[in-house]
Design a protein around this ligand. Sequence first.
Ligand SMILES: Cc1ncc(COP(=O)(O)O)c(C=O)c1O
Length: 386
Amino acid sequence: MIDLDANATTRMLPEVVDAMLPWLRDHHANPSGSYRNAKFARKAIEEARKQVAELIGAEPGEIVFTGCGTESVNTALHSLHTLSSEGAVVTSAIEHSAVLRYLERLKRETKIVRVDASGMIDEDAFNESCEGAAFASVMMANNETGVIQPIPRLLEIARSKGLPFHTDAIQAVGKIPVSVKSTPVDMLSISAHKFHGPKGIGALYIRSGFDFSPLLVGGGQEAGRRSGTENTAAIVAMGKAAEFAKQALESGLEKDLAAMRDLFQNHVMEGLSGCALNGAVISRLPNTTHLSFQDCDASGMLILLDEAGMACSAGSACMTGKRKPSHVQLAMGISEAVAKTSLRFSFSRCNTHAEAMQAAQIVIKSVAKLRSVQGGGTGPVAIYTS
Ligand SMILES: Cc1ncc(COP(=O)(O)O)c(C=O)c1O
C-alpha cells in the first residue's frame, strides 16, 4: 500500500516501538508510587517531557501530557474560557473540529474569521474581531490543505489587544520547525501520531506562569494540570518520536518531504487536464498537496485508488464517510461541486521518491478511468495558486 495519508496519521518508527515495548511488557508501576519501579517510570516520563519540550523550544515544566491531540485542544479552550472575563472567542473558519465543536459547546459568542481563496486567514478581519474579545485560538497549519497561517503576526495582533492566544499546532509539529521561543504563544497543542509516535497521546504546552484551569481533575497528576494515571508507554514513545522528529528537521526533512510531494504533484498536474491545486503554494506544509480533479467524484476516486493500492483522503480523515463537503474548502470559496472532486495527498518520511512517481501514475490512470465512466463534462474548476 502506498500511504499518502500522513496528515491522518503516521506509521510509528521502529525505534519508537522499541522504546515503547518494555513499558507495555515489563514495567507496569504507577509513576506516582514511592517505590523503586515507580520512580523508574517517573524518570522515563520526565525524560520524555524533556524530549517533547526540546522539539518546540519549551521548558520541560511547560509540557502537560494529554490523552490525545483533541484533549489537548479541548483543555486549552476550557482553560481560556474558564479564566477569561466576558467577551467573544476569536477563531478561524478552517479550524479542526476539535476546536470548532468545543467552542460550539461553550455557547459563547464566537467570531469566526474568514480565510481568503488561498486558505490564509484575513488578518484585517482577525484584527477587527479581536477588539474587545476574550481570547483567540488559530491553527498553525491546516490539516486538509496544509496552508500555514501567519501565527507570529496573529499573535502580535492578539497581544496588542491583550488577548491570550492558543494555537492548534498538531499538523505543524514534526513537519516544520515550531518554536515557542520565537513565537511565544500562551498555549500550543501537539499530537504524537502525526510525527511517527503512537495514537492516543498528545501534549499541551502552557507558557510558564500563564494562568491555567484543568479540564480533568482528580488525582492531580501532571502537577495538577491533567489528572489521570499517566500512560507511561505512550508518553515514552511520544518522547522518542519527538527526539527523532527534531533530528529529522535538523537534517533536512522539510526539503525531502517537499521534493517527494512536488515530484508527485508536478507529475499529476502535467499528466492531467482539469486538475487544480487548492491552497497557498508557498505558505504550505512541505508534505501536503490538495488537488481537485474536474468531473471526478472524490469518493469514486478513493475506491479506485484503494483498489490500486494507494491511500489518501477526501477532505480530512475525520470527515470521510460523511457526505458533507469540507468546511475548509467551502470557507476558501470553493464550490460544493468542486469540493466533492478534491483529494488530499500527504507524505511522510516513510515514503520514497519511487512511491511518489508510482502514485502519480495511479492517480492519472484512475482519473482517466473515472472520467470515461462518468462521461466527462466541462464542470467548473477552481485554480488557487496564490
Ligand atoms: C489540526 C488538527 N487538530 C486536532 C486533531 C486531533 O488530534 P487527535 O487525533 O490526536 O485527537 C487533528 C487530527 O487529525 C488535527 O489534524
